[in-house]
Design a binder for this molecule. Structure first.
Ligand SMILES: [Zn+2]
Length: 58
């Protein structure tokens, strides 16, 4: 594999889709831990609230 391919693969690895299904935004994770799951904080809050509701009802 050429060096350019390695760099490209690394950049793609930093791109993912927002964990909020209703959002579908693109998450660009530039953190070293790559733990980012939402495109913005509001999405994380929305999902955690929905999870909380589901737990209480189910
Ligand atoms: Zn989002």
């Amino acid at each position: 594999m050429a060096m350019t391919d390695v760099v490209r693969a690394d950049e793609v690895g930093r791109l993912s889709i927002c964990a909020d299904d209703t959002c579908g935004g693109v998450v660009v994770d530039l953190s070293r831990s790559r733990s980012r799951r939402f495109c913005r904080t509001a999405c994380g809050n929305r999902v955690s609230a929905a999870t909380h509701r589901a737990r209480r009802s189910g």
